[in-house]
Design a protein around this ligand. Sequence first.
Ligand SMILES: *Cc1c(COP(=O)(O)O)cnc(C)c1O
Length: 356
Amino acid sequence: MSLEVSQKITVQKVKNSKINQVDFNNLPFGQQYTDHMLVCDYENGKWNAPKIVPYEAISLDPSAKIFHYGQSVFEGMKAYKDEHDAIWLFRPLDNQKRLNISSKRLAMPELPEAYFMEGLEALLLLEKDWIPTTKDSSLYVRPFIFASGNGFHASPSDKYKFIIAFSPSGPYFGGELKVLIEQKYSRSANGGVGFAKAGGNYAAQFYPTNLAIQKGYQQVIWTDDTTHEYIEEAGAMNIFIRINDVLITAPTSDRILDGITRKSIIELAKDQGISVEVRNISVHELIKASENGSLKEMFGAGTAAVISPIAGFGYQERDYTLPELNTSYAATLKKQITDIQYNRSADKFGWRYGVK
Ligand SMILES: *Cc1c(COP(=O)(O)O)cnc(C)c1O
């Protein structure tokens, strides 16, 4: 740790830990929180020293800009503990950089790398007993920044809060995923904020997703906003489509989030000789591949679920089913990524980050 930030972090500990109230063998995803959180305030044009304080409710003025103008960005990461109780993160500097990319787009101040990394590491070391070791469990890490300054005037806030909170979490259970290819609504547009991890992007997804759920699907496959002909993302995950033995994913753009799981899958797949095409893929091509039997797999990719296999999709009142495979790319790649994350295999790409 560099001396500038870590020496300034103040720590106020809880009197009584909640850890004994948590059933680590039966953890839902993201619903219980650890004893402490990191809070860092931005005011007068600079970030103050981070504080570690008890996890508790925060108080805001009703005029706080977050409520009215939605300046809010976040990240999603995980911390893992291996069998020797060593703590690991997965490509955390990519999350740090992406948080700033998101902030910039929403006219929010960027956070220096040391505040993010040293704050995160200090909090992880304090909360290390909360990192679950049961299978497929991890400590979900949620860094976020929002506008805490006051005023009904529609302009960027002059105050912000950066917070990191942790949630000990079991596997993200998606179940059999049936998805609907969206033909009306869009989650993003050219020149918009689709590439940013902005809270409002999620708000905009909920209504069309609810409509799909009412029709018996669990998720929406987002298509491009102008023609709805090209496949972009699967809910809040990036999407991969396997036709014969080629893995296809859409290129990142203004409209598509640059997922860390996505880019790790691309590298891992290429490394073992799977051919990967980063290109636009149309709904027409997908339907044709389904009809002629060359469509083998579809899956979503993101930190929470890592890889979510898609069992079927709906398009224009018809349902299409994916074949059941004995050995899927989804299962193979998921095992390879999680083996790296949990320090069960070599890390030839240098993705693991040890917290000491
Ligand atoms: C967070 C997110 C992803 C996945 O990104 P990861 O870095 O792999 O977790 C994909 N799409 C959207 C829209 C997201 O918000």
